[in-house]
Structure formats: C-alpha cells, structure tokens
Write a protein that binds this ligand. Structure first.
Ligand code: GLP
Length: 246
C-alpha cells in the first residue's frame, strides 16, 4: 500500500485528484468507481477545476457509484445520484448515460442488485475505485460483519452510520435505514483503489483498518490484501500511522 500525506484537506484532495486525472489521461474511456460522503468533495472540486482549465476530458469516461439509499428518489437532495450530479456530473462534460448509481427507487432488492451487478460486469471492470472510509470502517455501505465475498446487495445500515449520516438530514428518523451497495468482492476486483481520509476523527479507524488485523469486523481492512491501494489523507487522519510511512 502507498500512503500519500497532504498538509491539509485541499492538498490531500489535490493528490487524490491527481491519481484520477492520470487514469483518465492514460485511458480516456476508463471506468471509474466513485464514492460519496463529505471526504471526496474536494477531490471532485479539483477535477472540475482541471476540467475548466481544459486539462481533462470526461466525454468517454464511465462511472459506477458504490451505493445508494433505498427509497430515495434521484431528485432528493440527500440521494447519492443527486450528490454526484451536483458535485461532479453536472460540472463536467461526462455523458450522463455513462454514469451509474444503484436504483434506489427499485423496491425489489434482488432485482436492483442483479441489475447493478450486470452493469458492472458489462463495463469490463473498474479501472480505479475511489473510496471514503466510514467511522466504523465501512466502505461503500459494507458495514462491519459484511462477508468479503459479496457483490451488490441490500444492507441494513447500522445505528452508527445512520447517526453519522443524520447530519445531512432534518432528523435521525429521516435517514433511510437501508441501502444498496457494491459488495467487498466487487470493490476488491477494481484494478486500482484510492482511499481518501481527512480529519482527526478518522485517525483511529485508519490505523485499525490499514495496520490492524484483516477482519470483516473492520470491512476496510480487506484492502490490505489488494495489490494496488493508495491511501491519501491529511495529516490529522494519518496522525496515528505516520510512523509507518517514514
Ligand atoms: C457514507 C458513504 C460511504 C462514505 C462514508 C464516510 O456512509 N456510504 O461511502 O465513505 O459515508 O463519509 P464521510 O466522507 O462524510 O466521512
């Protein structure tokens, strides 16, 4: 695993965006696995900046997002489709028909997940997967205890995740209790993985996930077994692992 340290959030975001832009330049029709959450926002802003300067072309890029809340329509400002449109897709020249997010409005979980697995398989595989890290070590919405061999599936969100995400909703009760998420198996099949982390509240989970035992109790720990992972963080999030970098 490679670790890149940014002085602050902006620098860390720039480092992550650099890896993504290199991927697009090397393979203009690449498949990007994308993430939501507050951490990647700066990465998307940086990519938009470079696009505006004429340095990046998204016209042939395909994107496949990690997850979506079950039951939220794409126009709901808390849906992950809405998030992606606002932070990236509406700001660059990507073909919306090439952007994929699980269908949160499909009530039949098996159907929604099978359809998404088919999209992933037909894409030819994810070239680069961007990931954030949940406070309990979740990636996508693969909560602690998730089996490593799963593909897209429907999950019951844990209390801790609902609590963490309630800051974006009017109240705890409004946070959906289920989501569709790419599984760990799907994530591990990506050719390259970039994990972004920032802030002191992520320091302990970063240490547990990347330097603790590999266990389904800390879903992100499985990334230790992938052969091309880059962890990009600010100094605060990496504070407990900086010794390992030196
Ligand atoms: C959500 C998303 C994850 C994300 C996590 C952390 O639960 N499903 O993909 O990594 O939040 O979010 P943040 O970056 O806001 O800490």
């Amino acid at each position: 695993m490679k670790i890149l340290v940014g002085e602050d959030y902006k620098q860390m975001s720039r480092k992550a965006a650099n890896i993504i832009s290199a991927q697009i330049l090397m393979k203009p029709d690449c498949v990007l696995g994308l993430a939501t959450g507050s951490t990647p926002i700066g990465t998307y802003d940086q990519l938009v900046d470079w696009y505006n300067k004429g340095d990046l072309d998204f016209s042939k890029v395909t994107t496949i997002n990690l997850d979506e809340y079950k039951g939220l329509e794409p126009t709901n400002d808390q849906s992950y489709r809405y998030f992606m449109n606002t932070h990236l897709f509406d700001r660059v020249n990507i073909n919306k028909a090439y952007t994929n997010v699980p269908n949160g409005l499909e009530p039949d979980s098996v159907k929604a997940c099978n359809e998404y697995n088919e999209i992933i398989n037909k894409s030819g595989g994810i070239d680069l997967q961007l990931l954030g890290l949940g406070l309990n070590g979740h990636i996508g919405f693969n909560e602690p205890g998730s089996a490593f061999e799963k593909e897209t599936h429907c999950v019951d969100l844990t209390e801790s995740t609902i609590q963490a995400n309630s800051r974006f909703f009017d109240s705890f009760d409004k946070v959906p209790k289920q989501a569709y998420t790419m599984g760990i198996k799907t994530i591990m099949q990506a050719k390259k993985i970039v994990v972004v982390v920032n802030g002191a509240n992520k320091a302990q989970i970063v240490k547990d996930a990347f330097f603790g035992p590999v266990t389904p109790l800390v879903p992100a720990s499985v990334l230790q077994l992938h052969n091309d992972v880059t962890l990009v963080g600010d100094k605060e999030a990496l504070s407990l692992v900086l010794d390992y970098v030196k």
